[in-house]
Design a binder for this molecule. Sequence first.
Ligand SMILES: O=C(O)CCC(=O)C(=O)O
Length: 353
Amino acid sequence: MARPGLPSLITLGLLLVARCCSASPSLHEEELLRDGVTVLRQVVDRALLADIADASNALIDSDATQHLQRDAFTGSLIPVTKSSAFLPLITHAPTLDALAAAGLGDARWLSGYVISKPPSSPSLGWHQDAWYWDEANAYGEAPVQLFAMFYLTNTSRANGCLRAIPGSHRRPHALHGLLDAAHSEDVRGAEDWAAQPAHQTWDGEVDVPVDVGDVVVGDARVLHAAHANNSTERRTVITMWFMPRFSDYSREFRARTEGLHVHLAKDLYSDWPAAAVAAAAPFLPISRPVGEVAVVSDGDEYDHNLDAMVRAPGWTGTDAASARAYRSWRRAAAPRGWLRRARDGLARVLPRA
Ligand SMILES: O=C(O)CCC(=O)C(=O)O
């Protein structure tokens, strides 16, 4: 084999240096697809985080949002659209560029929440946040909806870090049949909450502790929870929801997403300064100019289980493609009888390691 000459070695070196110095933070794409969760390390500017912490604390302390913090398990669940200070997280280039580099570009922002666990608060129970389980694409490999969690403090088991069950976004899990709907009244404040499956330790679960500046990126389908906050400080996360590859979805699914987005993010359209709305516009899942988006202010803004949402896995009979997708998803956990018998037979005849 010919040896590379000096000029080509120099070129290679320069290319490597350029790549290393200009590279946007890389998303561990395989980890995200396999586990349903990954961490982008140190991608958020400290000054921006300080502004976001100020805006979050002002919202949490405001009388106007007390009805959005009725539940000590989640803590606050305040839409970020209550303040245009959160715009930089809707348009956050390091996160969106990392998604794009991993093939998850054209991401549109669906909604976002200030989730602040008060000091000495109980665990947030296991849940998954997908709402499109009647769609065939809910059972595929590619994520349809992603969370980007921006924590405002370092997190650990002591102050309520995130935990997750890797792989549960692609495989049925015992918890799927045991849980009530995420962020619903059913999971808030039950007297025997500590004994419920949603607050137990499950095989395969992992803690996802972070440092300030990290962003946890995950598939909406992955089962996740948060430990109790046993510290004396608030533990706040800004959870932002994005729909990657938005233009690839069917017209019907885009319309469904748009309807949900306008409902969940209505304050952006009614209360934000025009310049902030214009800056957000390219990142929104809307099919019309922002000025033409019609906002209806009805319903309970604390309700996260709307009629348009299908919150639990299971084919609802809407179309044949999703029936096929659902069957293959089930098979991933429960191999066909002949496969199971063959595997058991092999295990009997092969010597043990
Ligand atoms: O509070 C946390 O760490 C997790 C929040 C969460 O589960 C969510 O945003 O769905």
